[in-house]
Write a protein that binds this ligand. Structure first.
Ligand code: HSE
Length: 404
C-alpha cells in the first residue's frame, strides 16, 4: 500500500480524492497495490465530508510523516506551492501536480530535485486536463523529432470563441455568461489574456526540446479584442477563430506563439468546440496526429493526476527519465516567424484597397455587407515584413494571424 497526501482541497484536489475512492479496484489492478489518501492540506474545515478527519492546516503533518509516499499538489499558483513541493521532494516523497504555473516557473528545479532524490515529479494534469498529452509525448512519441505542436489548450476561451462564432455575440456578454455557468473564473485574466495557454505551450515545448523554455519570453495575445464581425470575415474565408498555442521547429530555432488565429474549417482543430481541448502534433516520421478531449474540469483533471499516481506506484524507488534538463532555450524572435495575416482596414474604395493591397502584397480583398471597411488576407510573410508594411497602410483596425 502507498499513502498519498493532497495539498489543496479545491475542485481538483477533492476530485482526486473522489477518483481514488471510486476507482480503488481499477487503481489496485493497474499498479498492484492499494493507494490511500492519508492527509489533505487545507486551511478550511470540511464538516460532513467523508475526508473531514484527514484535513490538516499544517504542511509539517505531511512533510514529516514518513508513511506518506506521494504528494498531490492541487493548490495552484506558485506561493506557497513551490516551497511545499520542494520540501516534499527533499523529504523523499514523489510529487504530482496539476499546477501549470508551478511547472512553468519552477519545473527545471523541481525535476532536478526529484532526480537527485530518486523520486518523481510528474505533471500530466497541468496541460490538457484529462487528455494524456504529456505521457503520449514522452512515451508514445519517444524517438520522434517533434516538429510542431499546435494546440487549443484553454477550455474557457474556446467556449467563449465557439459561442461568439455560433451566436454572433459580443465577447463581454459571452464572458459574463461563462462566469455565471462556472466555466470562467471570476477573475478571467489568465484565461482570456492567453497566459494559461502560454504556460501550457511552454511546458510542452520544454518537454519536446529537453530544454527550459521561459514562458515569459513567448509572445502572447488573448481574445479580448475579438469581435463578432471578425467571425463574419472568418466565415467568408471558410474558417473560424481559435486561441492557439503553437511551437514550430524552424531553421533558425523554435518559434513559439500564443494568439487568436483563423483556422480553416477543414482543420480538425476547427472541430474542437466548447470547453474541449485539441492538440495537433507533427513528428518527423510520425506525420500528424491529434489528441482531443476534456482539457479542464474536476474529474477529467483528477483522472490525469491519478494516472501519475499509478506511474509513481510502479516506480516507487526510481526516477523515471522524464521532463527536461537545464539549459535555457530562447524562442526565436517573433519578427522572424512566417505566416499569413488577416487585416481589417477602415474605409473603402478602389484607391485605399489598392494602396493596402500594394503595401501588404494582398492576395485577397474581402467585403462584408453593411460594413464601411474591407478585409485583406496577405500571402506568407515574416512578422517583421508585415509590421513594416502595415505601418504604411492607414486605417488598419485589426490584425489576426491566419493559418488558412
Ligand atoms: N482555466 C483552464 C481552462 C483550466 O479553461 O482550460 C484548465 O487548465
Amino acid at each position: 500500500m502507498m499513502n498519498a497526501a493532497i495539498l489543496g482541497c479545491g475542485t481538483i484536489g477533492s476530485g482526486v480524492y473522489e477518483v481514488i475512492e471510486r476507482n480503488q479496484k481499477e487503481i489496485r489492478e493497474a499498479c498492484g497495490q492499494e493507494i490511500r489518501v492519508k492527509r489533505i492540506l487545507d486551511l478550511r474545515q470540511f464538516p460532513g465530508q467523508p475526508f473531514e478527519k484527514l484535513v490538516t492546516p499544517d504542511i509539517k503533518d505531511i512533510v514529516e510523516d514518513p508513511e506518506i509516499d506521494i504528494v498531490v499538489e492541487t493548490m495552484g499558483g506558485t506561493k506557497p506551492a513551490y516551497e511545499f513541493v520542494k520540501s516534499c521532494l527533499l523529504a523523499g516523497k514523489h510529487v504530482t501536480t496539476s499546477n501549470k504555473a508551478l511547472v512553468a516557473a519552477h519545473g527545471t528545479d523541481l525535476l532536478e530535485t526529484a532526480r537527485e532524490m530518486h523520486r518523481n515529479f510528474f505533471f500530466e494534469a497541468s496541460v490538457g486536463g484529462g487528455i494524456p498529452l504529456i505521457r503520449t509525448l514522452y512515451t508514445g512519441y519517444a524517438g520522434q523529432e517533434i516538429e510542431e505542436i499546435t494546440g487549443i489548450l484553454n477550455g474557457t476561451t474556446n467556449y467563449i470563441l465557439t459561442k461568439m462564432s455560433r451566436e454572433g455575440s459580443e465577447f463581454a456578454d459571452v464572458l459574463k455568461e461563462a462566469q455565471q455557468l462556472g466555466y470562467a473564473e471570476r477573475n478571467p485574466e489568465a484565461d482570456v489574456e492567453g497566459y494559461d495557454t502560454c504556460r501550457k505551450i511552454a511546458i510542452l515545448a520544454s518537454l519536446v526540446t529537453d530544454r527550459e523554455i521561459d514562458y515569459q519570453k513567448i509572445h502572447t495575445e488573448g481574445i479580448t479584442k475579438i469581435e463578432p464581425v471578425d467571425f463574419r470575415y472568418a466565415e467568408s474565408l471558410h474558417a473560424s477563430i481559435r486561441l492557439v498555442g503553437s511551437m514550430v521547429r524552424a531553421r533558425d530555432g523554435i518559434s513559439l506563439l500564443v494568439a487568436p488565429e483563423l483556422i480553416p474549417e477543414e482543420s480538425p482543430l476547427c472541430g474542437v468546440s466548447d470547453v474541449f481541448n485539441g492538440v495537433l502534433i507533427r513528428g518527423n516520421t510520425l506525420g500528424v496526429t491529434m489528441l482531443y478531449g476534456a482539457g479542464a474540469g474536476k474529474l477529467p483533471t483528477a483522472s490525469a493526476v491519478v494516472a501519475d499516481i499509478i506511474e509513481i506506484a510502479k516506480h516507487r524507488e526510481e526516477n523515471v527519465p522524464f521532463g527536461w534538463h537545464e539549459g535555457a532555450l530562447s524562442p526565436m524572435p517573433l519578427e522572424k516567424r512566417k505566416g499569413r495575416f488577416f487585416v481589417r482596414v477602415s474605409g473603402s474604395g478602389r484607391e485605399s484597397e489598392g494602396m493596402a493591397s500594394a503595401a501588404l502584397g494582398g492576395a485577397k480583398i474581402l467585403h462584408l455587407d453593411g460594413e464601411k471597411e474591407f478585409g485583406l488576407l496577405t500571402g506568407e510573410m515574416t512578422e517583421e515584413a508585415y509590421a513594416e508594411a502595415a505601418a504604411r497602410v492607414p486605417g488598419i483596425v485589426k490584425m489576426i494571424r491566419a493559418a488558412v
